[in-house]
Design a binder for this molecule. Structure first.
Ligand code: ZN
Length: 117
């Protein structure tokens, strides 16, 4: 987790991979049109070694538009290029703001191992 400098929360953790339309919605530019968020897990391997899982928060609207899956596996540069070709643009958000946004809008999360801390 990196650090964000939030106007409201000061220096906090950052949730790095949130689809742009969610960020716009959170900042009030998108008229509350996000009600559901899908957690898309990208599993990154190097050879046989599992390096890490990248969790992406993608609005259900975009998820459906693109026809995404909940899980992708990357084993090579080629896999990564293929994924980048259709993967929605993402941005980071202050972790506290993201939490508040999810709970204040009562947004449903799908997929991933949903941990609401
Ligand atoms: Zn914040």
């Amino acid at each position: 987790m990196g650090l964000a400098l939030c106007r409201k929360h000061g220096e906090t953790g950052i949730v790095p991979d949130i689809s742009i339309d969610i960020c716009r919605d959170q900042s009030g530019e998108n008229n509350n049109n996000v009600n559901e968020i899908c957690i898309v897990c990208v599993k990154v391997f190097d050879g046989g070694e599992h390096l890490f899982d990248q969790k992406n928060y993608i609005s259900k609207n975009v998820f459906d538009q693109v026809g995404m899956q909940f899980e992708y596996v990357i084993r090579s540069d080629e896999d990564e290029e293929k994924l980048n070709a259709f993967f929605p643009e993402t941005s980071g958000m202050c972790a506290e703001c993201f939490k508040e946004y999810i709970s204040s809008r009562n947004i449903k999360l799908y997929g991933g191992d949903i941990a609401r801390e």
